[in-house]
Design a binder for this molecule. Sequence first.
Ligand SMILES: O=C(O)CCC(=O)C(=O)O
Ligand SMILES: [Fe+2]
Length: 299
Amino acid sequence: MSSVQIDRLMNVPWVESPFFEVIFENKELDEESRQFVRQYHDQGYLVVDDLLSSEECDAIIEQVGPLYNPEVPDGPRSRHRLQDAWVESPSVKALATHPRILSLLRLFYEREPIPFQTLNFSAGTQQPAHSDLTHFSCYPERYMCGAWVALEDISEDNGPLLYYVGSHRLPVLSFADFGSSVDDELLHARYDAFLKLLGEKFKFEKFHAKKGQCLIWSSNLWHGGDGIKKQGSTRHSQVSHYYFENCFYFNPLNSTPPLGQYELKDIVNVTTGEKVKHSFNGNEMTATNIGNNRSTLGF
Ligand SMILES: O=C(O)CCC(=O)C(=O)O
Ligand SMILES: [Fe+2]
């Protein structure tokens, strides 16, 4: 009989396993790793101090500056938002592939991390609270996370990142779980009511980060951008989003998992520059197009 590793028992990251305590007790980890894992499991995030030096932060701000488009109010590459600047900027790429982040993610997920998207912001996003799993999902669930890095000091003035401590333990929800289609008025009413209850159930914190500090959030930690109190202030920051190997990756806004219908996401591994294959339990998936960018999946 082959032996069973309890931390690999199920397709669930071990830090989020229902058997976390017993796995944790039996794992050989140094003291610092134990603290990090405990924090990430309990609270759903980890703050990493001094990830970047002040000069490294400035180099990113300088490299991405000319890529913002002041003519475009919002969208992937607009006035204050830059998606995938890693393509042009070696400093953005170096942050997304930072060895310290990658080694923490290997510790938490025990799979090879795949940085697949970078977002640079020059101002606070004021984004309503959300779980990133409503925007980019994967199966097995929860093999995803974000690393948010302050490129300048963040205060109450410039719209800090805000997150709900412990909310990562909520079930994974898609818009379909609010019982409605994406454009439906009822969906918005339900989502707003959900956010109100979220605020009552979970304590929120604001990340008054020091320049160069990083916060890693687990896939289902609800977070958003707080309001900008001082109009016109900058809030230079970079978020890198990560998936992990041996999963399939999809857009939940155009997928219906109970029906086996998915819009797969074409992702490129920032580390290698290569397209990532969709797989499950070690098998590469095949996708059969059923129209409207959706596919059914098989092996
Ligand atoms: O920077 C922010 O205010 C939030 C960004 C965010 O939610 C994300 O990139 O997933
Ligand atoms: Fe987010």
